[in-house]
Design a protein around this ligand. Structure first.
Ligand code: 6PG
Length: 255
């Protein structure tokens, strides 16, 4: 794991959700103050959903200038929004439909009528057009939210998959994961160009992979390849997830 990451451990999923909503609102306030906009890539999976729901409620929702906020996705299962597996559909029900965000500031990856490859290409064009680029041409999100799979995957970047080696493209098609479906995912150069990256991880079943990530330092697991070029990296964990991380790593505060 990259030096300089911050590890925050919260008691349980409820405290984790509050801490996540606090980081989301603070990042929005700071980004809008500094640049006039807040551009965030949302994670899929189940872990961030309570945090999304909180973000639509007081006091968090009122702190976010939704007019200046734009929502993108880190990854998406390539299914329509009504499908139970859709990350966009879940976020829409959890908070997007409950906050005053302009509809044209919400950018789902799945598009009816486009093939997977066309949608990947279209999303790349969208990112290049809407997000400030770094000197290498990669979009610089204000906040990227990530989850962690038991196998060390993050976004839809799975262990051993060629997508992990992508150095040029911003968005690539992938097949796999749970559910095992076609997906689109941001690539590592995009994730690592972000100003802030926050992993949210909860539950005992994630403890072994977290131990591996923190014990082995920089390794081959997809989540270990997340290392912001100049941004901030935060691991937001609950106690069960953090339970096997070496104490010296936790108590050092920084990984
Ligand atoms: C997706 C993801 C994926 C997810 C992890 C953790 O499948 O769409 O974005 O990377 O974040 O698999 O998922 P849980 O939070 O459900 O454990």
């Amino acid at each position: 794991m990259k030096k300089g990451a911050t590890i925050i451990v919260k008691e349980g999923p409820r405290e984790l959700a509050r801490a996540g909503a606090e980081i989301f609102a603070s990042a929005a306030e700071e980004s809008i103050r500094e640049t006039g906009a807040f551009r965030v890539a949302l994670s899929g999976g189940s872990t961030p959903r309570p945090m999304y729901r909180l973000s639509a409620q007081a006091p968090f929702a009122g702190r976010i200038n939704w007019e200046k906020t734009s929502l993108f996705w880190v990854d998406e299962r390539f299914v329509p929004e009504g499908d139970g597996a859709s990350n966009y559909g879940a976020a829409k029900r959890d908070f997007i439909d409950r906050v005053p965000i302009p509809r044209d500031h919400v950018h789902p990856m799945f598009q009816v009528g486009l093939t997977l490859d066309q949608a990947a290409q279209r999303y790349e064009e969208l990112l290049r057009a809407l997000i400030p680029l770094n000197e290498e041409g990669f979009p610089t999100f204000d906040l990227v939210l990530l989850g962690l799979g038991k196998d060390g995957h993050t976004a839809s970047l799975f262990p051993g998959h060629p997508a992990l080696r992508e150095e040029r493209r911003l968005v690539v098609p992938v097949k796999g994961g749970d559910p095992d479906v076609e997906r689109l995912t941001l690539t590592l150069p995009v994730i690592n160009a972000a100003r802030r990256i926050v992993f949210m991880v909860a539950g005992r079943d994630k403890a072994p992979v977290l131990r591996a990530i923190f014990e082995e330092g920089v390794g081959e697991l997809p989540a270990q390849r997340v290392a912001p070029r100049s941004g901030q990296l935060i691991w937001l964990l609950d106690q069960e997830a953090a339970s096997l991380i070496p104490k010296e790593v936790l108590h050092g505060g920084k990984g």
